[in-house]
Structures are given as structure tokens and as C-alpha cells.
Design a protein around this ligand. Structure first.
Ligand code: IVH
Length: 674
């Protein structure tokens, strides 16, 4: 009898641990919440009746409950070092150079890097003996940390017992962190209870790990990714590289960040950084840079350490483009397709040299996620050319007396038409269509923009005046404007009027791709417009296409296909097209569109650098694409050729180093005349 109870308890422990692993490490769900709870409850009941059979890896041990008087000190058997920082591309190039200087030719040839996000939490060391978690410690000063075993045991994705073919002694190192969603919920709850909110997820994670009551730590739902190994003894399958070690840790059941990637060269490292930076705001957790590591252990060892940081690894930190300021008000902007976007009007603040006074709040879901109110202090971040983002509310500075909720309008702030929330979309939309002045103006702005019809003499201000004066309603009206009409407008002189008319005139023969893009069909961006222009021989063919056939084209999914068909079906768009076509003549590509096998640069990857004279950055890209090439931003061993203009810098050096063909602009023009 007791044997079967013990066996049942063991089976429950295994099954619940397997479910937990699937859920917290692999993101897979097999059981419903209630099925899972039933197993958990059964195990708890049996453990209550038969405490002698409680297993060390029982999931019930993960809910915390131990209360400590204080933390004991842990002396790390191997010190936990820190990383050197790089901020600029140059620093990364130098890092690579320093490494190559110390290696022989052969070593250099097999040198490989590993690139990982730099997680913004705190470093933790976890010791497993014979596969059982026996101790966990904070990094502390690198030599001495604090024993936080009880709290680390509550982290769901950290196994209490390893699986697979593990070493007898293993120290796993990695980052404990708090996901944004958990952080947002935690702060909302603290605010409700009139407790001081945490300033950021890192502080919240650190505060949770240093809880004396492990029940509280358990409630904080921390996450963890392993990023290296400290002590390792008696490994049945010794590792020769960092990437192998991570794969080994994964096989023992430890979570590894899925965004880690191999990189062969500096160019790959920089491309990785750019990719991760672009994804940064969408990640479920905060990161403050990326980390590059030499992969091979023998090379790591040869490179060694400088003071307290390894020579074989570096942190490429994102440049801080953040600042704190106050939300003075929230306005609602109506976009080209009627989407209503809340925009925070900010107390102007200098962010890395640029004054910022607006930031987008995206939509209602984002406002709810941020819990932002008018009057709040917010952290904003600027990145490249994109509109500044609100990344977090400084809830710890909130003055309840001074804040007020953001109320979404029920009708369009511009045309007063009702507002609707589209099923499955976060956005609110004005239902006014082209009767809405804001939508008309936005649509005109898009039509005249550089990548569309490129009518450069027509700025936003003039378009607004045209619409407000009732001179222009839609893009086709631009082509019937007369000088006399223009001269009647306030502040419009002879010269401006001539300029405006001349630039409209110049736009009468658009390229097919630019014309498709200019129509502003939902979801059809520049790249899609280009694909469509190469797939269809004429506008007539495009207009006659079915959603089914659109989807046969690479990169066009069902949503985009429906928007296309919908657009060409609408009487309003048909009427607009008819009128536009009486004024303009589309210039179709000369090449037979399906004749791709004859493209001279097919399957090649080109990179462009330096100053060009004949081409703009846009037009060279376009030209290379039309010759069949792919265009990339970084040189790697997969690059076919580098088109180098004047003042070419590090990319040229890199191309020469890798033996990539380099071509000047003149050579290119001779070889591929337009
Ligand atoms: S490797 C020799 N990898 O950054 C140091 N660290 O500045 C080994 N960190 O204390 C650290 N993400 O807390 C490494 N993917 C990653 C990391 C990472 C975050 C933190 C870690 C460390 C600090 C070093």
C-alpha cells in the first residue's frame, strides 16, 4: 500500500515538474489550469499525510514559506566577474582587433562569437550537487554574495533537480529578472495598497530576491536565463565551447534565452545588435544592451583576463536615450486610415541632444499597460528617427491629487463621426472616411511624400490650407489646381505658386511601384508596393486580382490580400483612380516582370557604403533590387560585393579583410548602365 502511495507521489512530482518545464521554459501548455491544479492538490494532500515521502524536487517546495532572520554570506569558489562595456561601433571593432592580435592565423580562422541580449536583472549563481539544487547566491561584489537559496528555489523556471546526463557538481550562472507584465501588475497592486511602487523591473527583481520571506519572493514570479557555467566537476560530456555549454544546460532543464545567436564577424555582431535594438521595446523583458563572447573555450582561455573582466567578452550597451518628464496632456491624432492615436504632450525635455515634447502612447491597450495618467512623470525613450516612446510611468513619483485619467473620445476629435474599435485590433478608428478632414490631409501628405509621388514643393502646411480652403479634397484634385486659385491663398506669392505647380507637374509620370504605394492602401508599404509592381504588368491587372491569388505572392498574407481587394473594389477608390489616370501616366518597369532568371545580380547580396554621386541611398537600393540583388546593411562572409562611394570607412576595411569584391560607383555604372 505505502509503496503504491510513494510511487503515486513520485509520478505526480514528475508529471507536475514536466508540465511546469513545458510551461515556464518551453512556453507550451498541455493541461488546463484546473487539470493542473487538481494534480497539485492531490500531491499536497498526500504530502500532508505522508511527509516522510516528500521528494526534494517536489513542486510544493517552490511556493516559499521559509522566513530568514538575515542572509548568510557566500564566498564564490570562482569569482563572478563583470564585463567591459562598448558603446560605439568603433569599440566593438577594437574589441575584435584586440582579440585577433592575440591569436594565430589558424585560431583566427576558426574564431567564432556568440551574441546574447544583456538582460537587465541581477546575476545569480546556482549550485547543483548530484543534480539537486543545494545553494543559490547573489553576485554581491563578485567575491562575496548572499545566500538566497530559498528565494531562488521559488523561481518557476529553475529546476530543483536536473534532468539528463548532468555533471556531479555544477554551478549555473545567469540573470534573474522580472518580466514587464509581472512588473506592471506588481506596481498596480502596490499602488492600490498604498505601497511604494518599484522604479523599474530590475529594482523589483533585486528586491524580490532579497526578501527574507520566501513566500513573498514566490509571489513576485521572477524569471531566469542561464548564460554561463562557473564550477563544473565530472562532466560526462565535457564542453569545448560556450554554445555547447548552453546547449548542455538546456538539456539539464535550464532556461536559455532564445534570442542568442552565433556570429562569425564584427559585421555579424553589429547586425545582431541592430536587430535586437529594433526588437527591444517589444521584448517581454527589459535589456540594456547585448553581450558578445568568444565561443571556443580554448580561445577564451588563451585570451584571458584584464583586471576583473575577461578579454574574450564585452557588453555592447545601448546608448541611454532616456529621460524623465511630465505628461502635460494627451491629444488624439487621426491618421490616414482613421486610426486614432493618443499622443502625450510632454514638458519639453532634452534627450541626448534633441528636445522632445511629444511621445506616442499607441493605443488604449498600451495606456492600460503603462497605467499612465495625465500629470504623471514618465520615462521616455528616443531611438533613431522613430517617434519617442513612453516606456514606463515613474509611479513612485505619482501625486494622486494631481493626476487625472486619460479619457478616449467617443467621436472623432476632427470630424465628430462616431469612433469604433475594430474587432481584434487595439486601435480606435474614426468612421468618417474621406469626409474626415484629418484623414484627407493625412492621405494627401502620404500621396505627395518622397517615396510616393515625390511632390516636394508641397509641404504639410500648404496641404492643410488647401483642404481647409476647400481647394483640394483628394489627390486627383491636385492636378487641376490653377495658378489663379493658388494666388488667392494668403501668403502664396508668384514664386511659390510656380514652384508648387512645377512640382505637381513633375509627378505626372510616376513609377508603378511609387504609384501603388501612393494610393495608401492599408498594410501596403513601400516594399509590398515594389513586389506588386514587379508581379503585375499593369494597374488593370492589379485591380482585377483576387485575394486568393494575392496570397500566392511571398510576403502577402490574408489580411494584406483582403485590404488590396477591398481597396480596388470600393466605389470611392475606383472613382479616384479614374480621375487620377486622366492626369498621370504610370511608368511601368521595362523588364518583363516574370523574367527573373535573366536578372544579372540574382541571388547576390550587396552592401552600399560611403557617399554616392549618381544615386541617392533610396535609388541605389531600388536599382540593385531591380537587378535581382538583395541589399544588406552589414558586410559578412555572405556578401557578394560592396558598392563603395567616397569616404567609405569601416565597411570597406571589413570587405577587404574578408576578400569581398569592392566596386566603385563609376565601375557600377559602366557595368550596369541604366
Ligand atoms: S556574461 C564575466 N551574459 O551583465 C562576466 N552577463 O556586466 C560574465 N548580464 O554581472 C557575464 N546578461 O549580471 C553575461 N547574456 C549575458 C548577460 C550578462 C546580463 C549581466 C550580468 C553581469 C553583468 C556584467
Amino acid at each position: 500500500m505505502s509503496e503504491s502511495i510513494e510511487a503515486r507521489m513520485r509520478a505526480l512530482v514528475d508529471e507536475i515538474n514536466r508540465q511546469n518545464y513545458n510551461y515556464h521554459v518551453l512556453d507550451q501548455i498541455e493541461l488546463t489550469d484546473s487539470e493542473f491544479d487538481a494534480l497539485f492538490q492531490e500531491l499536497k494532500t498526500l504530502e500532508g499525510q505522508y511527509p516522510q515521502y516528500i521528494l526534494p524536487n517536489s513542486p510544493t517546495q517552490k511556493v516559499g514559506g521559509t522566513i530568514l532572520k538575515g542572509f548568510t554570506e557566500v564566498i564564490h569558489e570562482m569569482p563572478m566577474l563583470s564585463l567591459d562595456n562598448a558603446f560605439k561601433e568603433e569599440d566593438v571593432v577594437k574589441f575584435d582587433e584586440r582579440i585577433r592580435e592575440k591569436l594565430t592565423r589558424d585560431e583566427m580562422a576558426r574564431l567564432n562569437y556568440w551574441a546574447e541580449p544583456k538582460l537587465d536583472g541581477l546575476a545569480i549563481s546556482i549550485l547543483y550537487e548530484n543534480g539537486v539544487l543545494v545553494r543559490a547566491a547573489t553576485r554581491g561584489d563578485g567575491v562575496r554574495g548572499e545566500d538566497v537559496t530559498e528565494n531562488v528555489k521559488t523561481i518557476r523556471c529553475i529546476p530543483l533537480v536536473l534532468k539528463g546526463d548532468f555533471p556531479s557538481r555544477l554551478e549555473v550562472r545567469g540573470e534573474a529578472f522580472m518580466r514587464r507584465s509581472v512588473f506592471d501588475a506588481l506596481n498596480a497592486a502596490r499602488l492600490k495598497k498604498h505601497e511604494k511602487p518599484f522604479a523599474n523591473p530590475r529594482n523589483a527583481a533585486a528586491g524580490s530576491i532579497r526578501q527574507l520571506d520566501s513566500k513573498i519572493a514566490a509571489e513576485r514570479q521572477l524569471s531566469f536565463y542561464a548564460y554561463s557555467i562557473g564550477i563544473i566537476e565530472n562532466n560526462p560530456k565535457p564542453f569545448s565551447a560556450h554554445s555547447e555549454a548552453l546547449a548542455g544546460l538546456a538539456s539539464y532543464g535550464l532556461p536559455i534565452c532564445p534570442l542568442n545567436e552565433r556570429a562569425a564577424s564584427v559585421a555579424d555582431l553589429l547586425a545582431y545588435q541592430a536587430k535586437i535594438l529594433a526588437e527591444r521595446d517589444q521584448l517581454p523583458y527589459e535589456i540594456d544592451g547585448v553581450v558578445y563572447k568568444v565561443d571556443q573555450y580554448d580561445l577564451q582561455e588563451k585570451l584571458g583576463f584584464v583586471s576583473r573582466a575577461p578579454r574574450f567578452a564585452i557588453a555592447h550597451k545601448f546608448v541611454a536615450m532616456e529621460a524623465r518628464t511630465t505628461v502635460l496632456d494627451v491629444d488624439f491624432q487621426v491618421g490616414r486610415t482613421g486610426v486614432i492615436t493618443p499622443v502625450a504632450r510632454l514638458e519639453p525635455v532634452n534627450v541626448a541632444g534633441v528636445m522632445v515634447s511629444n511621445a506616442t502612447l499607441h493605443n488604449e491597450d498600451e495606456i492600460n499597460r503603462l497605467q499612465v495618467m495625465i500629470g504623471d512623470e514618465v520615462m521616455i525613450r528616443r531611438a533613431g528617427d522613430v517617434i519617442p516612446q513612453v516606456i514606463r510611468v515613474a509611479l513612485e513619483h505619482r501625486d494622486e491629487e494631481k493626476v487625472r485619467a486619460i479619457i478616449f473620445p467617443k467621436t472623432c476629435p476632427v470630424c465628430d463621426s462616431p469612433v469604433e474599435r475594430v474587432e481584434g485590433e487595439a486601435a480606435l478608428r474614426c468612421t468618417g472616411g474621406f469626409s474626415c478632414k484629418a484623414q484627407r490631409i493625412e492621405r494627401l501628405k502620404h500621396f505627395v511624400s518622397r517615396k510616393a509621388m515625390d511632390i516636394d514643393g508641397l509641404g504639410e502646411k500648404w496641404l492643410e490650407i488647401f483642404v481647409n480652403e476647400g481647394l483640394v479634397e483628394d489627390p486627383a484634385d491636385l492636378y487641376t489646381l490653377t495658378k489663379a486659385q493658388l494666388l488667392e491663398l494668403p501668403r502664396m506669392g508668384e514664386k511659390s505658386a510656380d514652384n508648387v505647380l512645377a512640382s505637381i507637374e513633375k509627378s505626372r509620370t510616376p513609377r508603378f511601384a511609387s504609384f501603388i504605394y501612393a494610393l495608401g492602401i492599408r498594410e501596403t508599404g513601400e516594399a509590398t508596393a515594389r513586389v506588386l509592381a514587379s508581379e503585375y504588368a499593369s494597374l488593370a491587372a492589379l485591380r482585377a486580382e483576387t485575394a486568393e491569388n494575392f496570397q500566392k505572392i511571398d510576403d502577402i498574407g490574408p489580411v494584406m490580400a483582403n485590404h488590396l481587394v477591398e481597396f480596388f473594389k470600393q466605389p470611392q477608390s475606383c472613382e479616384l483612380l479614374e480621375r487620377l489616370l486622366t492626369h498621370i501616366t504610370i511608368e511601368y518597369p521595362v523588364m518583363a516582370p516574370k523574367d527573373v532568371t535573366e536578372l544579372p545580380l540574382l541571388d547576390q547580396t550587396w552592401v552600399v557604403t560611403g557617399t554616392l554621386h549618381h544615386f541617392t541611398r533610396e535609388s541605389i537600393k531600388e536599382r540593385l533590387l531591380s537587378l535581382g540583388a538583395k541589399v544588406s546593411g552589414a558586410i559578412s562572409k555572405n556578401t557578394t560585393a560592396l558598392l563603395a562611394g567616397e569616404k567609405a570607412g569601416s565597411k570597406l576595411a571589413k570587405a577587404q579583410e574578408l576578400g569581398v569584391m569592392v566596386m566603385s560607383e563609376d565601375e557600377f555604372l559602366v557595368k550596369y548602365p541604366e
